[in-house]
Write a protein that binds this ligand. Structure first.
Ligand SMILES: O=P(O)(O)OC[C@H]1O[C@H](O[C@H]2O[C@H](CO)[C@@H](O)[C@H](O)[C@H]2O)[C@H](O)[C@@H](O)[C@@H]1O
Length: 386
């Protein structure tokens, strides 16, 4: 993983959140006829964007999905490594140690986590990119290692397990290749159960496709975006069935605005689609109220744990879209969210892991704990939980 990959995405998300906060401040000020908040000037300076330009972009962000595109690109640009070094005003070490204090390592606190799960059924929810596989420039080459696959297989032998991804379900299945899992693709908008026969994906049951009526629209926009973006070197549009990804990772930063403008113009014709930002990617999806959090709730219900106090979901993810699932867990007061990130960022997760390799170590420890302990010991826990 390059330094750029290690640093930029988390800061991207943080600045994206700053812009979102600014958008809400701005929207409410405009609504009440107030003057532009002073904090906007500070935010503009922080992001290295002239205040008037930032205000225009943020005001635009209140409109259709397409209009928000440039604000998201500013956020993406603002967290490129050289800018991060010169603009983030917080002493990094101080910030990091306080963050670690509030979001400790899931490896260091393994026993504590086991104690919390005492007498409950653990259910594993795993994001794919950046969690089970490292971030790489070519999305088609984001392979997981054989060791990671073996670990996920062992996890699924011991606990109900679901992969929850922004990718289309078929694509993520082709990376993971384990028919015994639940798969929630397209940010949870396409959920399928484990193979009944246990041999291939063919016998799996489709459980939920809440955005199916958007399929023709998504395909139409995919074709238009392919055409409109082909003049931008490095741009890639990925069809994730119920959503689309426009990748910026391999595009020269000087061309980001041009690419964003193509996306904005196209999306302005489609108010039923919205755009969000991921790791050097714009995600385009239907405006329905469905996300990874809803998918998690749906899967718990399908597994018979809708109102159960005897379930302990563990959700591991690295991206902004995973925050919807972390939020659901923290508001249910059930289970734990684990954020995969090397650097501090706003999160509703309780614990952290640094990278996919630590995610693998954590999953291995869960398998070993389950193997070593009898059902009775799991009920009462063999670790000292006092
Ligand atoms: O929910 P996830 O499984 O984390 O999927 C989110 C997006 O992941 C992929 O893009 C990201 O990973 C790529 C491969 O490492 C990287 O090149 C890209 O820059 C990242 O944004 C995937 O390609 C997208 O379609 C997913 O939406």
């Amino acid at each position: 993983m390059t330094n750029q990959n290690a640093v930029a995405p988390d800061a991207e998300t943080r600045i994206d959140e700053l812009i979102s906060v600014a958008m809400s401040i701005s929207n409410s000020s405009l609504l009440h006829g107030a003057a532009v908040p002073e904090s906007m000037a500070v935010l503009g300076a922080f992001l290295g964007i002239p205040q008037r330009k930032l205000m225009k972009r943020i005001e635009d962000g209140g409109g259709k999905g397409g209009a928000k595109v440039h604000a998201l690109i500013d956020s993406m640009r603002a967290c490129s490594p050289p800018r991060i070094k010169s603009t983030i005003p917080i002493p990094e070490n101080q910030e990091k140690s306080s963050w670690i204090l509030h979001h400790p390592s899931a490896l260091d606190k393994f026993e504590q986590i086991i104690c919390q799960s005492k007498g409950k059924q653990i259910v594993a929810f795993l994001d794919y990119d950046g969690t089970l596989s490292p971030i790489v420039p070519d999305p088609d080459k984001a392979f997981m290692t054989k060791k990671m696959r073996a670990t996920v297989k062992d996890i699924a032998r011991n606990f109900p397990t679901a992969i929850v991804s922004g990718r289309c379900r078929d694509k993520v299945y082709n990376f993971v290749k384990l028919p015994e899992l639940y798969y929630a693709g397209s940010h949870g908008m396409d959920i399928k159960g484990p193979s009944r026969r246990g041999h291939s994906e063919k016998g799996n049951q489709i459980l939920c496709q809440p955005a199916s009526k958007f399929l023709p629209m998504i395909n139409e926009v995919y074709k238009i975006l392919l055409e409109k973006t082909k003049s931008v070197p490095g741009a890639k549009v990925e069809n994730n069935k119920f959503c689309l990804s426009v990748h910026f990772r391999c595009v020269d930063e000087k061309s980001w605005d041009a690419l964003a403008e193509e996306v904005r113009v196209v999306l302005n014709e489609y108010p039923k689609l919205r755009v969000t930002q991921g790791r050097k990617v714009l995600e385009i999806r239907p405006t329905i109220k469905w996300d990874k959090g809803k998918a998690l709730e749906f899967l718990l219900e399908s597994l018979g744990y809708a109102n159960s106090k005897h379930v302990f979901p563990i959700y591991i993810g690295d991206d902004r879209t995973d925050e919807d699932a972390f939020k659901v867990l923290s508001s249910r007061g059930q289970g734990i969210g684990i954020l995969v990130s090397r650097v501090p960022k706003e999160t509703d997760a309780s614990y952290t892991l640094q990278d996919p390799s630590e995610a693998k170590q954590f999953l291995r420890r869960l398998v070993e704990w389950k193997r070593k302990t009898s059902p009775l010991q799991q009920q009462w826990s063999i670790v000292d939980c006092r």
